[in-house]
Ligand binder design. Structure first.
Ligand SMILES: O=P(O)(O)OC[C@H]1O[C@H](OP(=O)(O)OP(=O)(O)O)[C@H](O)[C@@H]1O
Length: 184
């Protein structure tokens, strides 16, 4: 019963939520941040991240679909920087796209990240701020780094609402907090 699901409390810019725990593999549960539809949390997260990016030098925001799309849009409004969403399924209208493979903690199978041909010019020769909602294993982050390298962009910084897992792995990430993982 979902009513009885365990939760983990978070707070961002005064906005509190209880994240539901899901077992993603035997003996391992994670707290799921799903900001889709949560305008209050998206807005608070974007405002807090924008403060942390205020003194950084970058040209464009980059994320991977899908749950971080509202975040990067709100962050673009806050920072007035353009943004690029790396897609996970190729469509004909993406033209001569650039691709990289990832394996995120929640998906458990390979995913492809795709830079639409129309967005190449936003990346080439530019300083990119990589942004995600959560950085856990870092696979999605690695995929975004690979795309940026292939597209001729530089990485100015890497940011997330939350890092997850071993906090010592993520000292260089600009984050609003850290999520533990839950083992039996
Ligand atoms: O550090 P990692 O282990 O790669 O995990 C982090 C990624 O996983 C989640 O996305 P998910 O794969 O659930 O895709 P979705 O947003 O399209 O649902 C999350 O939004 C990050 O993008």
């Amino acid at each position: 019963m979902s009513e009885n699901r365990e939760t983990y409390p978070i707070e961002i810019g005064g906005v509190k939520r209880n994240l539901r725990l899901f077992e993603i593999k035997p003996g391992l549960k994670i707290a799921i941040l799903n900001i889709l539809g949560d305008t209050e949390l998206v807005t608070a997260s974007a405002k807090e991240l924008a403060k942390k990016l205020a003194d950084k030098d970058y040209d464009v925001l980059v994320t991977a679909e899908s749950k971080s799309i509202p975040l990067i849009h709100a962050l673009s409004v806050e920072t007035r920087k353009p943004y690029v969403v790396l897609r996970k399924d190729y469509k004909i209208y993406m033209g001569d796209a650039i691709q990289a493979e990832t394996l995120s903690i929640t998906t458990g199978k390979p995913q492809t990240l795709i830079l639409d041909e129309k967005d190449k010019a936003l990346i080439k020769g530019k300083k990119a701020a990589i942004v995600d909602d959560v950085i856990s294993t870092g696979s999605t982050l690695e995929g975004m780094r690979a795309i940026l390298e292939k597209a001729g962009g530089q990485i100015a910084l890497e940011a997330a609402i939350f890092t997850e897992g071993d906090e010592s792995d993520w000292q260089e990430i600009i984050a609003l907090g850290h999520l533990p993982v839950f083992t039996d």
